[in-house]
Ligand binder design. Structure first.
Ligand code: GLU
Length: 368
């Protein structure tokens, strides 16, 4: 069983598991969930919990409604709610002798390689100290352009950085159904997904009432990141008491299987970026060269979209607009607009300074 064999596990819990629709804390659930964590720790697994709830608990504290909050207001509320959230966890986990720490991440902490490596080191040290890190987005700081926005993708990126074996998304439904089971009697739970094809994407789009920020769409995005970075992901019903024991015993959930990957950690990080800043549309000649393991040169670039800096994540797209690869750009978007379509030996002359000739170096690129 996938969970049994997993050593490092990231568990994401949504606000609706911690606080019900009447704004009451689900105390019983929390204490049952802690029993699950205790068992996993007994099996010497490394656990990270990604928890939402800062905004929900902030609203509860202030007695205001979560709906239609403006961003700046929600940032202040998250700051109030985050300590409520940690207080709630600390009180309950400490009474069961589990030590907790807190890590608040902004998008750049996972999307810049140096910061991602640094974050990994912090997690590793916390595992060594026998502390369970509780992660959330740093909602008080992150603004809309630089936000994950949902904890599903945040959790998958954390799993990728940690090289985790499994990500558990505890949701308010069992998983992905072929059809909405509330309407269609023949709607069946999909137990295992190897390939996220257009059919699966369609099913996800139509799927039933999930209350989290992202719904099923962000869960599928998270699954793609996990597949590419070689970890299992499962969507399971978190509303049940002992939700993880339930996965072990009943396996009534949707598993996404990892793709076999020979990529090293850095390339896995490149391919599972959640915020590529731009696109380079390239011709067939460039695609053929890339397929042979060559770097991307300016001559093969037909067009460029987006504004980005040197070192940012970009997508490499073929002329039919299919994504072919991802990589880190060696030039900023302004420079590429000037040198696109040009032979490499003209770059220094066009830009007026001496620079490299590869726009995306082969070591900084991964084919999708
Ligand atoms: N970070 C947000 C919070 O703690 C939740 C984001 C989400 O629901 O995915 O309130």
């Amino acid at each position: 069983m996938y969970l049994k064999n997993s050593k490092t596990i990231v568990i994401k819990i949504g606000s609706s598991l911690l606080i019900n629709e009447n704004n009451i804390i689900r105390k019983k659930w929390i204490s049952e969930f802690i029993k699950d964590i205790k068992e996993l720790l007994k099996e010497r697994k490394k656990i990270v919990i990604v928890s939402s709830g800062a905004i929900a608990l902030g609203c509860k504290k202030l007695g205001i409604n979560k709906k239609n909050l403006k961003l700046d207001k929600s940032q202040a509320i998250a700051s109030i709610g985050q300590i409520e959230l940690m207080n709630l966890f600390k009180k309950n986990f400490n009474s069961k002798k589990i030590n907790l720490s807190q890590i608040l991440l902004t998008l750049e902490d996972t999307e810049q390689r140096r910061r991602a490596i640094n974050a990994k080191r912090t997690f590793d040290n916390l595992f060594e100290l026998n502390f369970v890190p509780i992660v959330n987005e740093n909602d008080s700081i992150a603004t809309s352009e630089i936000k994950y926005g949902d904890n599903d993708r945040l959790a998958s990126r954390v799993a990728q950085i940690l090289n985790a074996d499994c990500l558990i998304l505890l949701s308010d439904v069992e998983g992905l159904y072929t059809k909405n089971p509330k309407i269609h009697k023949d709607g069946k739970l999909i137990k295992e997904i190897k390939n996220i094809d257009t059919k699966i994407e369609q099913v996800a789009r139509k799927s039933i009432g999930m209350h989290g920020t992202g719904g099923m769409k962000t869960k599928i995005d998270a699954a793609k990141i996990c597949q590419l970075s070689g970890s299992y992901m499962v969507i399971a019903n978190g509303l049940l008491n002992r939700p993880i024991k339930n996965i072990y015993q009943k396996n009534n959930c949707t598993w996404f299987l990892p793709k076999i990957s020979k990529l090293d950690a850095r390339k896995k990080w490149i391919i599972s970026s959640i915020s590529p800043k731009g696109k380079l549309i390239v011709d067939d000649g460039a695609i053929n060269a890339l397929k042979k393991g060559k770097s991307l040169l300016a001559a093969g670039i037909i067009n460029i979209e987006g504004k980005f800096n040197k070192g940012d994540h970009i997508k490499i797209i073929d002329k039919n607009m299919n994504e072919f690869a991802r990589g880190l750009s060696s030039f900023n978007s302004n420079e590429i607009s000037k040198i696109k379509g040009q032979h490499s030996n003209r770059i220094n002359e066009i830009l007026g300074y001496v620079t490299k000739s590869e726009v995306v170096h082969k070591d900084d690129m991964v084919e999708i």
